[in-house]
Write a protein that binds this ligand. Sequence first.
Ligand SMILES: [Zn+2]
Ligand SMILES: [Zn+2]
Length: 239
Amino acid sequence: MPMQHKRLKRIFCVSILLALWVVSGSACSRYFVEAADELAPSAAKAKTRGNLHIHTTCSDGLDTYEDMVQYALILNFGFIAVTDHTFGGSALCNDVISQCAAEKRLLCIPGMEVTGKVHLLAIGIRNEIDKRLTVKQQVEEIHQQGGLAIAAHPFRSDTAYTDEELFETGLDAVECKGIPANREKDFYDKLKERNIPCVYNTDAHMTTQMILIWNVCDGEIKSLDDLKKALKTGKCRKR
Ligand SMILES: [Zn+2]
Ligand SMILES: [Zn+2]
């Protein structure tokens, strides 16, 4: 029966085409989904830039808090720390601290640069740190307040750290800059032995200084805790 045979053949062919369409369709859509996944920035692949040593007109900075934040945003920073030479203490400085704490455009961590015998960044503190304390006592006080203690420009001649202050006081990080050539190896060896990370800040007293160098950390930095973890696990480096 040729007519019936023809119909059967047509049904068979249509079924094969349908099956092929379903299989290839699902394979293709799977391919596109996988490709889109690769393109999508996941939290694990994100990198966050930031600078933890920024001055404003509250102390000896030339630009306002707002100017500094605007410039940080242009550089695509995800975090900054405001580290004037006092922690509040005047209407302007109190305002800078409150604006930073309430900042929504990026993570701004209020802090200060304790300016005593050495300069020590106290980041994420709640009260001013007394510059007359020893470095060890300052670090302890910063930790008690839940903050991070970071040695600022440790080799600057007028405020240079001793080895003991740098390596034996429980610092969370050190600004690795201005290291004399003959001390480099010893310096990096000691940091490594104690698992103290380097940070790369600019000590910015005006907006344009922020472009000189920055920290880049793997993952997102949305809180002080994120930053602490990233530093401790070696996720931050020089850009
Ligand atoms: Zn300083
Ligand atoms: Zn400074």
